[in-house]
Design a protein around this ligand. Sequence first.
Ligand code: PEP
Ligand code: MG
Length: 580
Amino acid sequence: MKKIKEKTGFEISGVAASPGIAIGSAYVVRKNEIISSGTKLKNESEVLNEIEKFKKAVQASVDDVEAVKNNEALKLNDDEVNVLEAHIELLTDPQLHEDVLQKINADKKNAVDAVIEVVDKFVEVFKSMSDEYMSASAADVKDIGNRILGSLNHSIDNGWQNFQSNTIIIAEDISPSEAITIDMTLVIAFATSVGGKTSHTAILAKSKNLPAVLGCGNTVDKIENGDVIIVDGTKGVVIVNPGEKCLEEYSAKMREYQQGNEFLRSLKSVSCQTSDGVKITLRANISSAEDMLESLKHGAEGAGLFRTELLFMNRNSFPSEEEQFQFYSKVALKSKGKPVIVRTIDIGGDKPLGYFNLPKEENPFLGYRAIRISLDRKDLFVTQLKAILRASAMRNFRIMFPMISSLQELRLARKILEEAKQELRKANLDFDENIPVGMMIEVPSAALMADIFAKEVDFFSIGTNDLCQYTLAVDRGNEKIKDLYDPYNPAVLRLISYTIEQANKYNISVGMCGELASDPMATRLLLGMGLTEFSMSATSIPSIKNLIVNNSYEEAREVCGKVMAMDNSKSIIDYLKRNA
Ligand code: PEP
Ligand code: MG
């Protein structure tokens, strides 16, 4: 890369958000940002005027989104319609309205300033959450905020138009509604100044299979329309106006990457087993029926984690049993009979629900969340369990409880599950009587008691995202201490290894659905520990499958033996990198 830097142009580093290489021409989107004026309202008639303007702007925004949603020419898929519906809900969110009106009425702010302040506050709250789809919601809130501001200023020109072929979009960010409404057929990559690996833009890029480098900072401002751009989404590098040699190198790399991709796609029908014949199951982490469908296209053998929280968000009250039943049934329908592990709600902590009025806590990750809420609010829990059970009629569902930290909790959850079954029996409703019941291993106390838990459940699923944060006492969403968040710390690895060992000893199945399952550096280590079920985002499945079919279990055992004898993560990571 040093050689490349010496050539013409310049290089920008960012977050490798969506893999692949693209070479094309820059289309720079610079939005006219609307900024606060600070002007205060002088009298009641100005207040009333601003309130009226705000209400009209919201209505105009809702009408715009409705128009996009109903535009048949755009051929929107279910995911896209869902985003637009979520935007309509956000636009009409009572809390948002109350806060804006409060700022106009009580603080005498003009409508633009009030909207900017309230939306910024909402965005900050969402951004501070570590969860992928909650962080993605920050982009949604910002998006609807910009819409309202655009309507208030009578300008909703978003600056996206007339792409040429091989366009690489350079922008501060790409909001969800822009992503849906702009015609992406001629776009081959993006580079943005903000955004991280789990941002909405990253998810969009991955789902469209477009290379993307995000979080490049202000240096992208130096890029001009028509500049020749190379986006290396695998490394997280953007090269602007490269020299001839660099272009040649990257053209070769791009061809190689495309051939590699074709090869990976061809693995879809290959059975997933190590070179010495150990069968491994690869499943997907999903949040909706659309995800389920998409994951099968990548060769997933079902869903190893169906996060049910999505249905509970972006709305004003809890979904009814019937609504939940419809939502889960849709997933069952799209699963083509492959196993689906449905996790009961994992709300609270960093995933609040506006309408649930969860108490503000000093330590939300250690507080009222997940199974703790379900056990405390039996009414909600029974409703969800009945809906899941009713959708289990196809006999491919499994139920999983999140964040179990003691045996009493597990036993109580199972008891309530029995009660839910009993209610369905009484009502003569069909469900899977033998539905397997499992638990997440994501709290150290559960991992340490894996031998005990293994006698009481049908399966474990290791949630390394939380297991790592609780074992190392490192908030998984805190930027300041992100280097301490280290799943290769031997303490975390010992807990994972012990959990797998106990599951195998007691003959129950064990999978992993945390992010470590999709980290290629960990694949041989996990195989060597005896893990046979991996669950991850659908797009990671082909490359992990490629690693599995090209490695033997015997070698993996050796790797695991060496790693588990090491006493620090630096040695472990160095060793795994050297032996990749
Ligand atoms: C985990 O903790 O690893 C996990 C998969 O659950 P979530 O990321 O939803 O907390
Ligand atoms: Mg978790």
